[in-house]
Unconditional design. Structure first.
Length: 196
């Protein structure tokens, strides 16, 4: 048991020796899923469907790179604010994202990466409309993209898509469901990172 503990500490210390910590921030060009109003009098048939328009949001957070020759592991923790527009109403959502990315250094400063992203929904709001909290506070998505590094500065672009369907209910003045909004993100993310 003592030998196993020593081996674990040695591996952790070795990985930390090749690790790099930094901060990141950037912009998201995103949309969420489809908004559907229902005809309650006719067995819930959809009478209005709107896939929404993309808007610009933002994010900031921190990352931790662990390098293994050409491969690297990059867990991140990021606060993200997304926006979409449905008709004349903006849908705002704030969340904590925790992507766990595996990357490959391709050539020179260029790398490619991908991996799951765990999301914790903090808040959602549809302007001028009463909306419930999302069905699931914790969801899973996927990120993939490419990055370039110039010394301590990094630039990356990635695509994120939520896997888990996660709806919020649209409510009338009597708090009766009259529709749903799929809150899954679909976004292109541009980030600037600085290694500390």
């Amino acid at each position: 048991m003592k030998n196993n503990l020593l081996c674990f500490v040695f591996l952790l210390a070795s990985a930390t020796a090749f690790a790099q910590f930094g901060v990141k921030a950037g912009l998201n060009y995103n949309s969420n899923g489809e908004l559907r109003f229902e005809d309650v009098a006719n067995a819930g048939q959809n009478i209005v469907e709107d896939s929404g328009d993309e808007k610009i949001g933002y994010h900031f957070g921190a990352y931790y790179d662990i390098n293994f020759s050409r491969l690297y592991l990059r867990p991140e923790i990021v606060y993200t604010k997304t926006k979409s527009e449905y008709g004349s109403s903006d849908y705002d959502m704030s969340k904590i994202d925790v992507p766990v990315l595996v990357g490959l250094n391709v050539v020179g400063p260029l790398s490619i990466f991908g991996g799951p992203s765990f999301q914790y929904i903090l808040d959602n709001d549809l302007e001028n409309v009463t909306i419930s909290d999302v069905e699931n506070e914790i969801t899973v998505g996927f990120n993939f993209g490419a990055a370039v590094k110039f010394g301590n500065i990094g630039l990356d672009v990635r695509y994120e898509r939520g896997f888990t369907e996660n709806e919020a209910e649209i409510l009338n003045s009597n708090n009766v469901r009259i529709g749903t909004l799929d809150s899954r993100p679909s976004q292109i993310i541009f980030s600037l990172s600085v290694r500390l």
